[in-house]
Design a protein around this ligand. Structure first.
Ligand SMILES: [Fe+2]
Ligand SMILES: [Fe+2]
Length: 165
């Protein structure tokens, strides 16, 4: 994939971060790392923003950090009530982690993009057009999970998968 120079400039600090690079080893779903998934969501959102005259910087950063939660979710085998499971809590976690690692990249729009990307599972809807775009692109880029119904429950954290070591 060839990325626009402009896009790469917006997300330069993130791509250089060792903490973000760890996501190359986090499995997102079916044969895709969180890193690859986040790049797809961020870049498709950036291209959309470019075409429709939205904020390209904020959408690139928010798109790239939308799944910047702490731990690979499939390795989290602790027992939790439904509303504490990955699908429900990871957007808030991603926002916390983003603020910790990239405080100078944050603003209201970037924060809304990250926090609201799980709408409608998280019931509060996005506030900005850019957040809506990332929410849709995330769903679009996750369609491979829809093709694997057995993975749905795991994705929502409803069933725990054994971790391959
Ligand atoms: Fe997510
Ligand atoms: Fe995502």
């Amino acid at each position: 994939m060839k990325y626009d120079k402009e896009f790469l400039e917006y997300v330069d600090d993130i791509l250089k971060s060792p903490e973000f690079k760890k996501r190359m080893k986090y499995e997102h779903h079916e044969n895709e790392s969180v890193y690859e998934h986040s790049m797809k969501v961020a870049y498709s959102s950036y291209l959309f923003a470019k075409k429709h005259n939205l904020n390209k910087r904020d959408i690139s950063i928010g798109g790239l950090l939308h799944d910047f939660y702490y731990k690979p979710w499939k390795e989290d085998i602790t027992k939790k009530p439904l509303f504490k499971k990955h699908g429900f809590v990871h957007a808030r976690e991603a926002l916390e982690n983003s603020k910790k690692n990239f405080p100078n990249l944050m603003n209201n729009r970037v924060e809304d993009i990250i926090l609201r990307h799980m709408f409608p599972l998280n019931i509060k809807p996005p506030k900005y057009k850019e957040s809506w775009v990332v929410t849709m692109m995330d769903k679009k880029c996750s369609l491979n999970v829809l093709a694997h119904p057995k993975a749905w429950s795991a994705y929502l954290g409803l069933k725990r998968k054994k971790v391959k070591k």
